[in-house]
Design a protein around this ligand. Structure first.
Ligand code: PEP
Length: 250
């Protein structure tokens, strides 16, 4: 039985003070009601340390939204895996479509980052997903499969990997994939993991859905057999909405 995981991706939102307030609000809204599900928060780099202090003593994990693949050096504006490890991150989101779309990240650079994050003892949330054009052309299976294969190239095992299926056309658009559409792709991803790592690894790996998840659609999405929780953008910026989504996964 896979433990569901719900992670809030705050993207480029919230000052440090606002992040402190939101993290406290999430803890208060969650209460002790849901231990069946793993929960994480991914504030900006700037707010990681502050949010870490708020989360101390709770079961909520700290996550980063990206990281560089070198340990240190002349990479202006970047943050490395050892820095994220030192600040207490348990997870790093990698390959988000906004990183691929606006910052030129590719399966190759995502793969380098994945290997670095795993080497530093943190877990990875690997984001994959097709664009609207790719969906309309019917190539979503090929696209998503090759993102999984490319991202995981030469990665020995997937026990510290969560995959987030995030159709690009559903991110921040208010358009959610239907639970059947999402389930279909989650099953494709699980089959791909089976091909690469065997049946046991495929059965164990958690595959989140992301793309306009809200309190009103979360329960139905999370009830699908291959959907193991969610990566939540917009709705994670409201403590009550995020907590309601978490409860839907419990
Ligand atoms: C995301 O960016 O990871 C995401 C799922 O965003 P939203 O929930 O706003 O669509």
């Amino acid at each position: 039985m896979r433990r569901k995981i719900v992670v809030g991706n705050w993207k480029m939102n919230k000052t440090v003070a606002e992040s402190r307030e939101l993290a406290s609000g999430v803890l208060a809204a969650l209460g002790t009601s849901c231990s069946a599900c793993e929960v994480g928060l991914a504030p900006t780099f700037l707010a990681l340390d502050t949010v870490r202090h708020v989360l101390e003593g709770s079961a909520v994990a700290l996550a980063a939204q990206n990281c560089h693949y070198e340990d240190d050096g002349a990479y202006t504006g970047e943050v490395s895996a050892p820095m994220l490890q030192a600040v207490g991150c348990g997870y790093v989101i990698l390959g988000h479509s906004e990183r691929r779309q606006y910052f030129g990240e590719t399966d190759e650079t995502v793969n380098l980052r994945i290997k670095k994050v795993l080497e530093k003892g943190m877990k990875v949330i690997l984001c994959v997903g097709e664009t609207l054009e790719e969906r309309e052309a019917g190539s979503f299976e090929a696209v998503v499969s090759s993102q999984v294969k490319g991202g995981l190239k030469d990665v020995a095992g997937v026990s510290d990997i969560v995959i987030a299926y995030e159709p690009v056309w559903a991110i921040g658009t208010g358009k959610t994939a239907s639970s059947e559409q999402a389930q279909e792709v989650h099953a494709i991803i699980r089959r791909k993991v089976a091909e690469l790592y065997g049946a046991d690894a495929a059965e164990a790996i958690r595959i989140q859905y992301g793309g306009s998840v809200k309190p009103s659609n979360a329960a139905e999405l999370f009830s699908m057999p291959d959907i193991d929780g969610g990566l939540i953008g917009g709705a994670a910026l409201k403590a009550d909405d995020f907590a309601a989504i978490v409860r839907a996964a419990c």
